[in-house]
Design a protein. Structure first.
Length: 290
């Protein structure tokens, strides 16, 4: 099969493939940088917890309006923001750390969301919410994803320096009167916003995949934050393209194929990354041998 037919033809021939690719590329632009900052702030598992916290809100929207894009998105956004704020509050008024508080809310949210969907919907509806329908992304969903991506890029540009200082020297940021608390709140809101947007394509269970796997892979290649962000976006885009092509030709579910493609880049980086990859760490270089 010619390379052109293998890679390009599916996107020229089918509109649903083009919409899926556009959705994934838009998510890559916003989710990649968010994932990098989650990795740098050691909040990777928090991102996973937040993706599951969306589920009960989406389920409430589903109970009220069925498979309505805006009802499920609004419900997911409200509940996920509540969980983030509640977990932060509990970490301040109880001995629990923020990750432990999030773990508790995450488990409650996941169970409650599945239960709520089961009250009205079928197993097909549940699978739709949990795993998404990437190849059935509507024009309305594309607009939501594009809006979330645009807001994220603009907001990150405005708080970029503050986020970097908060990652590496929060003491200095407090000493100079920096608004680290405000930047942190904005950042959490952006995490939730991207989760809600990704939910439309990848579902609540896999929304975190395109955010964390490319960012983690990028961390294994460079220590420069700018390069890390650029590489995370590139890996997310390549994973999207590869996953959609594989799903088309092999007749596989598109969302899992995209996330598994990102997983391949992560494993490759884990093995061969120039900034801590296993091969570089454990295989001696010839010029060091006696």
């Amino acid at each position: 099969m010619p390379l052109y037919d293998f890679i390009v033809q599916p996107f020229l021939e089918f509109g649903f493939m083009r919409r899926a690719l556009v959705a994934c590329l838009a998510l890559s632009v916003s989710a990649g940088p968010i994932g990098v900052f989650l990795v740098l702030r050691r909040m990777s598992l928090m991102g996973d917890a937040m993706s599951h916290a969306i589920l009960p809100g989406a389920a409430i929207g589903f109970l009220v309006a069925g498979l309505s894009l805006w009802a499920m998105s609004l419900g997911g956004l409200i509940v996920a923001l509540f969980v983030a704020l509640a977990a932060g509050a509990m970490s301040r008024v109880t001995p629990l750390k923020e990750d432990a508080a999030l773990a508790g809310f995450f488990l409650i949210s996941l169970a409650m969301g599945v239960l709520l969907v089961s009250l009205k919907g079928s197993s097909v509806d549940l699978l739709h919410i949990l795993f998404g329908t990437l190849l059935a992304v509507s024009n309305s969903a594309l607009l939501l994803i594009a809006a979330a991506s645009t807001i994220t890029v603009i907001a990150l540009a405005l708080i970029y320096r503050t986020l970097i200082l908060e990652c590496f020297d929060p003491g200095f940021l407090r000493a100079v009167g920096g608004k680290g608390g405000l930047a942190h709140a904005i950042f959490l809101a952006l995490v939730v916003l991207n989760m809600v947007a990704a939910m439309q394509a990848l579902g609540t269970l896999m929304a975190i995949g395109l955010m964390m796997l490319p960012a983690t892979a990028a961390r294994l290649w460079t220590i420069s934050i700018g390069r890390m962000i650029g590489l995370a976006i590139l890996i997310a885009m390549l994973s999207s393209l590869a996953g959609l092509i594989i799903s088309y030709h092999a007749n596989l579910p598109s969302g899992p194929a995209v996330i598994l493609s990102a997983g391949f880049f992560y494993l490759l980086s884990l093995a061969a990354g120039s900034n801590g990859g296993l091969l570089r760490r454990y295989i001696r270089r010839p010029h060091l041998e006696h």
